[in-house]
Write a protein that binds this ligand. Sequence first.
Ligand SMILES: [Zn+2]
Length: 512
Amino acid sequence: MKKIYITTPIYYINAAPHIGHAYTTIAADVLARFYRSQNREIHFLTGTDEHGLKIEEAARALGMEPQNYADQISEKFRELWKHLDIRYDDFIRTTEERHVRCVEDVFSRLLKSGDVYKGFYEGYYCLSCETYWTEKEILPNEKNLKLCPNSECKKPLERVKEESYFFKLSKYQQALIEHYQKNPGFLSPAHRASEIVNFVKSGLQDISVSRAKVKWGIPVPGDSAQTVYVWFDALLNYVSAVLESKTSNPSGEFWPADAHIVGKEIYRFHAVIWPAMLLALGFPLPKKVFAHGWWTVEGQKMSKSKGNFVDPYEATREFGVDSFRYFLLREMPFGQDGDFSIEALRRRYNSDLANDLGNLISRVVEMTDRFLGGKLPTQSDPEKHEYPRRWAEKTPAIQSAMENLNFSEALSIIWSVISSLNQYVNEQAPWKLQKTSPEKVEPVLFNLVWSIRIVMGWLEPFMPQTAAKVQAQLGIRQLPRPVTAEEVLAGKPTASHAILKAPPLFPRKTKP
Ligand SMILES: [Zn+2]
């Protein structure tokens, strides 16, 4: 059976990883963990994009060879993914041989088919961005200087006329429009589709896919004066990571990709150029290309000049990795823009995690310890499983939210159940029952423990450490994977299972 294939973009290694990289990768990890929890086979790919002039310059500035520099920064990404509990299946680097060979082969194939041809590029070039700009894209400037339209750059542009290889993007305009129309889920979320459709309808130009000035790249096959443009090279990672052996065709075990998750700033590359490249190669198109929004930081756009990139290590130091993962996917709907601040993180932490979730777990564990001597509550009559069973009915809505990458919606359903459980504790008040009708205490605690087990199965993709801790506290140990509601309800606790008391999961955090 085909594996579910989920990707992040490969990250450009001109700087250390920040919250933007973490956000995309956490989202992809949550989706991958969700499918694993459904017993689906998953292939989750991430990696690093390592060619181009900026990398060469960054390396030289440090007195390093580009490859050594790439090794070092690429390792920083893998370290961060380990820190953030990202469970990827493969990490691809564009300097790896498997990738280089695939790019060379694809380039040769497209040259042969005529989809790539040699021509002349005439216009403006930004050396720093490695990008050609057209007259209408260039910023107006009173001194009549031609400046780079990239707001992070704005450097003077060069007027160039040079040989370059071009990809016949224009040829695929109609095929792309038809694909968008026939596959409404391809451009996701829906509100980003119209911009892409209008862009394609307004007419596509062939694009330059080689650079004569860039040395740190994959040489164009048969023309060592040129290297393959870094974007053309990078996009092919989605295929080069899953090749059928000894070919440059993607293996049907993985391809087509089920979801490419990307930031909105690189959506055109993924929603226009990439599918056109695949059409030219005769490979099937991915099922979904999803563009998420941007985080501002305390109301400000993140930028190099402001130096306000959020360091994920910093953000997890006080609140922990699970809280950070939770916050990013709960605070703003995936696909929209949102604002990050430590204060907002503290707020969510105290209200949702310390008050709602943490409090529920510690109350239930405490009462089981006190009233049942730590013994796992049981209820042998399946007729009386109706309370926890009702939560299993929420599973389809959570599944459908997850399949649509609507993570905040899934979390909001999970939290509605957590609040109902807290309310149930207050209404049943086992500490009072213990005095008036002690035989009713165990059934109430049974209902709570079994309900929390179900909640932890849903929560595992988002908060893997928390789910594992709570499952251990509630007598589920060393599970190979999270449990579905049905499995929780079918499970028979053994006498050896006991409730374990542990320090609070989310101690309240006050302002320093
Ligand atoms: Zn520039």
